[in-house]
Ligand binder design. Structure first.
Ligand code: OGA
Ligand code: NI
Length: 350
């Protein structure tokens, strides 16, 4: 019989006490992970070495980025400039946050997606019909001084470690946006200039061990609403990327980041670069922590295909231009779904 454990707000406060996945987490048979069909050892996403990005290898690296973004929508990076110690401290403090007593974590609980610092569970509890095997802390982190005062103050080093990490990752994102602009053949500052004041959010995704990983998801298949996402994951596998009709596991490599193209980059590149489906699965043995940095336009920025990529002969605009806030409102008005949010922003074909 399915267990029901609805008295707790957060999954991590009852996950270890159930021997079966509660019925409100169980996916219909047509929507299950089918883990035996996942590609775990063959094709994976490209690993790109950024070591000489600002030197003699720039053109070659830019070329590798273009290939990865158009073929996979995903790549991993090493020699990215974020110190190993900054990464290690971030993973440690993230774990410490979720290992705190319920009373400490619940202080930040909110189901309201407009709150700029909050703890929640699943994806969007007001809209999710089936829950996801995940708790999370989500916060805004650019400009840091606007938000740091509302971040958790426990663990004691949380704010300092998170600020250092967010600053480092933002610098990396800005370098990537320049390289990605070049890879599209537009001015180096093109993408950055399109994003208004810019916005940066982070999530700490905490996936407790799950008694029946075949029945549920940490996160179901979805595309990110971002320009790009820079994901830090611990040493536990769980991320899978959809390519050529199958799911590919992205196994962790220490001190690398996983970068993926989000919907806004797909629009700016006029579909040259793809925002692709990915998901997180859970396992019976180990908790898993992943820390995505979501890089966004500010809400007032107007997003549309780069004019340099559009011409009336063979490259019509696939999307119209829209204020980012219109997309953002649509994204949070629903549950996490495989259906793209971008359909509403397609250019008229008439
Ligand atoms: C996300 C996401 C993947 C992971 O948070 O948008 O895709 O491995 N996370 O946690
Ligand atoms: Ni995602």
């Amino acid at each position: 019989m399915a267990t029901s454990a609805t008295s707790k707000l957060l999954l991590s406060d009852f996950a270890s006490s159930v021997s079966h996945v509660p019925s409100n987490y169980v996916r219909p048979i047509s929507d299950r992970p089918n883990l035996s069909e996942v590609e775990t050892s063959g094709d994976s996403i490209p690993l790109i070495d950024l070591c000489d990005l600002d030197g003699s290898k720039r053109a070659e690296i830019v070329h590798q980025l273009a290939y990865a973004c158009s073929t996979y929508g995903f790549f991993q990076i090493k020699n990215h400039g974020v110190p190993d110690t900054t990464i290690e401290k971030m993973l440690t403090v993230g774990r410490e946050f979720f290992h705190q007593p319920e009373s400490e974590r619940i202080k930040h609980y909110s189901a309201d997606p407009t709150k700029t610092t909050r703890v929640s569970t699943s994806f969007n509890v007001s809209a999710d019909k089936i829950l996801n095997w995940r708790d999370y802390l989500r916060l805004h982190c650019f400009p840091i001084e606007d938000f740091i005062g509302e971040w958790p103050s426990s663990p004691i080093s949380f704010r300092e470690v998170t600020a250092e990490y967010a600053t480092n990752v933002r610098a990396l994102v800005l370098r990537l946006l320049e390289a990605l602009s070049e890879s599209l053949g537009v001015e180096r500052d093109h993408i950055s200039n399109r994003l208004g004041q810019h916005a940066q959010h982070m999530a700490f995704n905490y996936y407790p061990p799950c008694p029946e990983p075949e029945l549920t998801y940490g996160l179901p298949g979805h595309k990110d609403p971002t320009v790009i996402t820079v994901l830090l994951q611990d040493q536990v596998s769980g991320l899978q990327v959809f390519k050529d009709d199958k799911w590919i596991a992205v196994n962790p490599i220490p001190n690398t980041f996983i970068v993926n193209i989000g919907d806004q980059m797909q629009v700016i590149s006029n579909d040259l670069y793809k925002s692709v489906l990915h998901r997180a699965i859970v396992n019976t043995e180990k908790e898993r922590l992943s820390i995505p940095t979501f890089y966004f336009p500010s809400t007032d920025a107007v997003i549309g295909p780069a004019s340099e990529l559009i011409n009336e002969q063979d490259s019509l605009a696939v999307y119209k231009s829209f204020p980012f806030v219109e997309y953002w409102d649509k994204f949070w008005d629903r549950s996490l779904a495989t259906a793209s949010c971008l359909d509403a922003f397609k250019a008229s074909t008439i």
